[in-house]
Write a protein that binds this ligand. Structure first.
Ligand SMILES: [Fe+2]
Length: 482
């Protein structure tokens, strides 16, 4: 049938109308219809190739690196020797340089119930050149092993940089797939932001710390070559008074050192770093968070001192999400939200990454900070000063996926899906970054969800819809203060 021009116009108007209706309907958020073949995965057996002990007497194993200072010119190299302490020295040299340098570290050991650790070495290399590839060697004196890393560019507002996001990884076959997908991602993450829950050793009888060692060997293939920025989760607490183990975070803090003193923190469980154009604040949901506590006092100074003209991208990492619509762990982050959400809004945090819930979820920009006990204003609302909250606890651990979701999907939830995977945050410049999520069932280059992030500091108030939200927010704030 041939349509007249009037018919064509009517058809176009109708199509546009239907499009608007459809967009409106999906405004409340998307629950993915992706179908999984299974929800649970087993830990890889102890004799798996990914857990293989490197050959040679006293060969260094479980090699991993993290940032070693506040700016990115330092690297902490950590590894374990099993037979005897050996050397804690790292020999390193810049690519194309004959000059071999060395840095001296130290080692620690610990006991946990009936387990005795190997010799855990930590060595901080300082004053490296920015944007330079370095080779390094550990195991000096016996079996040496060589690795490499690349330092980030100097800190600055328009420095592009790509972060990987991994959480709740564990050591199952799915964990292996997640790590492989990250390695093979064409987005090429340069540093991993790890949102907590590492080995899940505490799921074994007596928190079998051998599973800490297997996890260290499993992740070495990535963690020896690029920094992992560590966040402590509940599976790092290892508090077991029934086993006589009463010092929280004992295995985690012995094995994973972070540069907390460089940001004037008094605990390795909360600290900050600058890297390229990002300022990253790591919080501990499982430490004291109340007013006047060490973490509170540190965060109070920390948020206020971030210079967004230097590092426009303000990113917070913590383990427990404060906006999640899954049944598992629902509202577990509420105490953190009550204490700190107002600072996330006040200081215009761009994005908060969390794990804990074994699934993926991305929020709208929302806040719920107007409540003052008597005003009744306890309601989540759109807020362009608020961060986007991304839950990425979908690394693939032995506890399986969190498939049960609260219904109906709350408005704050923009997209949710219970599948294993990882994320990539690709910062382009001071104003734009691109976040994407890859699910393990897809090819490494496939994005199952993605969003462009407009930097909150450089966000302009030109968008009328955003302006009206801002006005609404201001009005509520005035009401709350009244
Ligand atoms: Fe957790």
């Amino acid at each position: 049938m041939e349509l007249t021009w009037k018919g064509k116009l009517e058809w176009l108007v109708m199509a546009g109308f239907l499009y608007i209706i459809n967009a409106h309907v999906s405004e409340g958020g998307i629950t993915s219809s992706f179908l999984r073949s299974y929800n649970y995965s087993l830990d890889m057996p102890l004799d798996s190739d990914v857990f293989r002990v490197p050959p040679g007497y006293n060969a260094p194993q479980q090699v991993h690196i993290t940032q070693g200072d506040h700016l990115g010119k330092g690297v902490i190299v950590s590894w374990i020797t099993q037979d005897e302490p050996g050397s804690s020295t790292v020999v390193y040299w810049a690519q194309d340089s004959q000059l071999k340098l060395q840095a001296d570290g130290f080692f620690v050991t610990y006991n946990y119930f009936n387990y005795t650790s190997g010799y855990i070495h930590h060595c901080t290399i300082e004053n490296l050149e920015f944007d330079t590839q370095y080779f390094y060697e550990v195991g000096i004196g016996f079996t040496t092993r060589e690795f490499w890393f690349k330092t980030p560019p100097p800190v600055g507002p328009d420095v592009p940089y790509t972060f990987g996001l991994i959480g709740d990884l564990g050591q199952t076959y799915d964990s292996n797939t997640t790590l492989t997908h990250y390695e093979k991602s064409p987005a090429k993450g340069e540093t991993v932001l790890y949102v907590g829950d590492l080995s899940y050793a505490d799921d074994y009888p007596f928190h079998d710390n051998i599973r800490w060692d297997t996890w260290g060997r499993f992740t070495e293939r990535v963690a020896a070559y690029q920094p992992w920025i560590w966040t402590a989760g509940n599976h790092e607490i290892d508090f077991a008074p029934e086993l006589g183990e009463t010092r929280p975070f004992k295995p985690y803090t012995a094995r994973y050192h972070v540069p907390f003193q460089a940001s004037h923190s008094t605990s390795p469980l909360w600290y900050s770093i600058k890297r390229a154009s990002a300022y990253i604040i790591v919080m501990s949901a499982y430490s004291a968070i109340g007013k006047y506590t060490p973490q509170y006092k540190w965060l109070e100074n920390e948020f206020a001192k971030v210079n967004r003209k230097e590092t426009p991208w303000l990113i917070v990492l913590m383990h427990s999400p404060i906006y999640s619509s899954y049944v598992a762990h629902y509202m577990e982050g509420e105490t953190v939200r009550v204490m700190y959400e107002r600072w996330f809004v006040k200081y215009k945090v761009d994005v908060v990454f969390a794990g804990h819930v074994h699934a993926y979820e991305r929020s709208e920009r929302v806040s719920n900070i107007a409540y003052n006990i008597v005003n009744g204003l306890c309601k989540t609302m759109n807020d362009q000063s608020a961060p986007i909250y991304i839950t990425i606890g979908d690394g693939g651990n032995i506890e399986g996926l969190a498939t049960a979701m609260t219904e109906p999907q709350p408005k704050y939830s923009a997209f949710r899906e219970a599948s294993f995977g990882h994320g990539i945050l690709d910062i382009k410049n001071r104003s734009h970054a691109y976040f994407s999520w890859n699910r393990n069932q897809d090819g490494c280059a496939v994005e199952a969800d993605s969003i462009w992030l407009n930097n909150r500091y450089y966000w302009t108030h030109s968008d009328e819809a955003s302006l009206s939200e801002l006005r609404h927010h201001e009005k509520v704030k005035q009401l709350a203060e009244a």
